[in-house]
Design a protein around this ligand. Structure first.
Ligand code: SF4
Length: 921
């Protein structure tokens, strides 16, 4: 979802009702063809429990289609469920009547028997009396009658209960809602007759997973109101330390007898994008759906800064405030908005966005962060950044139950990287050392001494192993050689660990000990002791992070008979893992907008602080994604630029049965696409890594961009493959005078490394566009980096980008050791169905290129030109195949600049016949 997505059709406005794939739905406007296709694809996937890939260009109304189709399907499921329940209730009532009749018949028979017996006995008695003897008989017929009446009353009462229950289709923490009409969406929880099988119940076996915890898995209150205490109890739940066990524990695989309507998780990349989705939801008839938005404390904490303390972020502050030892607590923690009914009483009606929630939280003095988490239990749709679902640590902290759920992942073009990051882990040697000391301290307090001593021993063994690897690596000359010496394939690492008593048994024991240590630390008694004595009774928070991180990654590697051992590399190297976005920006020539972890050696960036890290690098995104795909009902991956689609099945280890690449909704004449092979002076423009170093190339490229800027009015974006190339070109053009010429026609700006200058640069760019619109400026030219921040999610609608120029193909940087390892891994696993290393490498480049090109057309009435400068697109067909379908089919190939120039000029003049004087040539 991008900021301007989706558009509103200009004609035939007004809500529409129609059927898509057998589901009745209401759409706020007349849908475009591509929207109908998207909705059809989504509903078919949900109905058949299959997974779907959808590429639909920005501005084609993808978000609205996703929301309407999924919620319409969910509403239909509720109606379907109601019908099942009603049918079941009727069947039960008939059964009940039969039983009652049968019972009454039996009672009558019994009474008759007794009556005959009595008469017989009276006869006998009379005969005996006649013989002069007196006998007293006890008559129990009255008791029988009372018994019968009592039972009859019970039957009537049961009948009444049956009748009532057949009208109740759901209960929630908020209310008991009676049978809704078909236009009202009800919540997730449903009360059912326990004998009622779910929809997919066949031959006594449930054919489909169920989204709600089963009988065995959680305490009985799971069917009751969502209890905050459950949340707090679950913070002690460390079952997730085993990735697979995490699912088994809380989402049993065994069959259920309760039918469920699946919860929908709508995930995007950023909060801004989620805000836009909520904005779209407001336009639909499904807006009263029970919802929640998950977010970090950065966006939702309402506590004022804690005076006298400085924290890096609000998460740190909240943890410190709620710390059982030093923390004074937070007055907002236990507010009164923990249910959807409570929200309504606080005047917060669905659909709300985070800002609304925060405002309501301030009004009623209740923490919005914990509120949004409490609402998960009763929400029909949950919005969150997709890392919340993908990362097992976050998923379990938030207690997200995915079994049987529907997952819609928007902006999913980076999902593979995201999964690999979630399956990887990195820890500093010093942090392991501190954790070991902490475990020893707790053991000395006689708190589960055996457990904590075992943990300390395990960490000690791990440090010994690391030390040995560091010593071996130091025998090499250069940093790069040292780093390479510290790389072990998963299987080699396992053999090497074994020498230091780190094996499957000790790891399983380590996992158990971690769970016990964490539970002990959170134990109420220890918390109270900690408060009283001002000494931590249990392990430190930092130790918990280290232990849980190690436990999780070891489980990924060793669980399930070590099936993922080949999917890992273990690397010991000098502080070269870059985890934070800040350091990433400092380091990278190809900064990743995701802030992905990357491995670079000290020689490349010597000015940082370096230490020794132990890195577990996951090469297979399926390690993390597959367990999710296995338990959910259906996953839909979508993005404006998902192409090439070929790697998703193999990389994610998941079968995407349905695929769709939609065309753009704009008219033919609104988009111009051209690939250029040579510049105005006839020099070749082949933007390969080697040739971009050549003076001729740089000069010719500068001239080409200058000429294009003379033609295209308002904002122009020019994307380059790396910061290094941008800087080199800038230097060259400053010296040659091209930079000055560019400044005559455009206000020239550059996307710089790091966050510091990003916002001012974007503001200056937007401001320059506004000035130009007012006839007071020449419009901006922004040099940006593919995979940089400008290329992801920013809005460049209308005059903000009338032209997008790309130079070259942004292959991932080979300086990043992870890239080299991933290529190697794929080459070694072609037999398992993976694409070769070079195919994977190219796919990554094309996705980044498509993402940059996607900045231009943002809605139905937008227009713009895409200029791809690289001769390789004219000579090698495979590069064209890497482009999104809507770009590819408009592609024109221009071996020379003249033809491109005149075609482009015609295109611009068609849309902008009156070119302002100050930007005319
Ligand atoms: S409980 Fe909520 S409001 Fe209080 S510090 Fe934590 S996040 Fe902020």
């Amino acid at each position: 979802m991008d900021a301007s997505d989706p558009p509103t059709p200009t004609t035939n406005t007004g809500p529409r009702k129609f059927f898509v794939a057998g589901v009745e739905m209401e759409f706020p406007v007349k849908p475009y063809k591509c929207q109908l296709s998207t909705m059809n694809m989504v509903i078919r996937g949900l109905r058949h429990m299959t997974n779907t890939l959808i590429e639909s260009p920005t501005g084609s109304g993808k978000t609205l289609s996703l929301i309407c189709s999924s919620l319409a399907w969910q509403r239909a499921e509720y109606v379907h469920m109601k019908e099942i329940l009603e049918k079941e209730a009727i069947e039960n009532a008939v059964k009940f009547e039969e039983e009652k009749r049968h019972q009454m018949q039996e009672e009558q028979d019994k009474m008759q028997r007794k009556q005959s017996q009595k008469e017989e006995e009276e006869l006998q008695a009379r005969r005996k009396a006649d013989e002069g003897r007196v006998i007293v008989y006890y008559d129990d017929s009255e008791d029988d009658m009372e018994d019968f009446q009592l039972r009859s009353k019970k039957i009537v009462k049961m009948k009444k209960i049956m009748k009532d229950s057949s009208n109740v289709v759901r209960t929630s923490s908020d209310s008991v809602t009676h049978t809704p009409d078909s236009t009202h969406t009800t919540g997730q929880e449903m009360k059912h007759c326990s004998t009622l099988p779910c929809q997919s119940f066949k031959n006594g076996v449930c054919q489909s997973p169920c989204s709600v915890p089963h009988k065995e898995e959680l305490p009985t209150q799971t069917d009751e109101a969502p209890d905050i205490s459950i949340q707090s109890k679950l913070t002690l739940d460390t079952s997730w330390l085993s990735p697979q066990d995490g699912f088994k524990h809380s989402e049993e695989v065994t069959c259920c007898t309760k039918p469920q309507v699946p919860k929908i998780f709508y995930c995007s990349r950023t909060h801004q994008q989620i805000q836009q989705v909520v904005h779209e939801l407001r336009k639909t008839v499904y807006k009263d759906v029970k919802m929640t938005i998950l977010s970090s404390r950065e966006h939702t904490c309402i506590h004022t800064p804690w005076r006298g303390h400085s924290f890096r972020n609000k998460t740190e502050m909240c943890c410190a405030l709620l710390d059982p030892v030093e923390g004074p607590g937070c007055m907002y923690k236990n507010g009164r908005m923990s249910s959807h009914t409570a929200l309504e009483s606080c005047n917060l009606e669905s659909p709300w966005d985070l800002e609304d929630l925060v405002q309501a939280g301030r009004r009623v003095k209740c923490c919005p962060y914990f509120t949004s988490r409490d609402l998960i239990a009763t929400a029909d749709i949950v919005f969150c950044p997709y890392v919340y679902l993908i990362d097992p640590k976050i998923r379990n902290t938030m207690n997200l139950q995915l079994r049987g759920a529907v997952i819609l992942l928007d902006e999913a073009h980076n999902i593979e990287d995201c999964c690999r990051d979630a399956g990887s882990y990195s820890v500093l040697y010093d942090d392991i050392f501190q954790s070991m000391k902490d475990c020893k301290r707790v053991a000395s307090m006689e708190l589960l001494p055996e457990v904590h001593n075992n943990l300390a021993l395990f960490l000690n063994n791990l440090m010994n192993w690391m030390s040995q690897k560091i010593q071996c690596a130091q025998q090499h000359q250069t940093d790069r050689e040292q780093t390479e010496a510290g790389i072990l394939g998963g299987a080699n690492a396992v053999a090497s660990f074994e020498e230091h008593y780190i094996n499957i048994e000790t790891i399983m024991e380590f996992k158990r000990n971690v769970m016990e240590a964490v539970a002990e630390t959170n134990n109420e008694e220890n918390v109270q002791q900690t408060k009283k004595s001002f000494e931590r009774h249990g392990i430190l928070r930092t130790t918990t992070f280290v232990l849980e991180g190690l436990s999780l990654v070891f489980c990924f590697m060793y669980d399930n008979k070590m099936q993922h051992i080949w999917d890992y590399y273990v690397v010991v190297c000098k502080n070269s893992l870059v985890g934070s976005a800040a350091r990433n920006d400092l380091l990278s020539d190809s900064t990743n907008a995701n802030g992905r972890s990357r491995l670079i050696v000290e020689e490349d960036v010597p000015h940082l602080n370096w230490g020794h890290y132990l890195n577990f690098l996951c090469m297979n995104p399926g390690v993390v994604f597959r367990p999710i795909a296995d338990v959910v009902r259906s996953i839909v991956l979508t993005s404006g630029t998902l192409a090439p689609l070929v790697t998703f099945n193999s990389e994610l280890g998941t079968n995407f049965t349905n695929e769709m690449q939609a065309l753009h909704i704009i008219d033919e004449n609104q988009l111009w696409v051209g690939a250029l092979g040579s510049g105005p002076r006839g020099k070749e423009l082949q933007a390969s890594y080697r040739l971009t170093d050549m003076t001729d190339f740089r000069q010719e490229l500068g001239n080409t961009i200058l000429q294009v800027c003379k033609v295209i009015p308002y904002g122009v974006l020019c994307f380059l493959p790396s910061y290094g190339l941008l800087e080199a070109l800038r230097q060259h053009w400053l010296m040659s005078g091209i930079w000055d010429e560019l400044e005559v026609h455009k206000e020239v700006l550059c996307e710089m490394r790091g966050n510091k200058d990003f916002l001012p640069t974007i503001q200056a760019y937007y401001s320059s566009v506004r000035q130009c619109e007012l006839g007071m400026g020449k419009g901006p030219l922004l040099f940006a980096i593919m995979r940089g921040k400008v290329s992801e999610g920013l809005d460049f609608a209308d005059n903000r980008a009338r032209g997008v120029i790309t130079v070259g193909i942004p292959y991932p940087h080979l300086l990043d050791i992870q890239v080299g390892l991933k290529k190697k891994y794929n080459d070694a696993n072609i037999k398992r169905g993976l694409k070769s290393g070079s195919e994977w490498y190219e796919t990554q480049a094309y996705r980044a290129l498509n993402q940059a090109l996607g900045r231009c057309i943002r809605h139905r009435n937008d227009w713009g030109a895409l200029i791809i400068i690289d001769k390789r697109f004219l000579t090698e067909e495979r590069h064209l195949q890497g482009l999104s379908k809507w770009i590819r089919r408009k592609m024109q190939l221009f071996p020379t600049f003249e033809k491109l120039h005149s075609s482009l000029r015609n295109f611009v003049q068609y849309h902008n016949p009156v070119v302002p004087e100050h930007i005319a040539e």
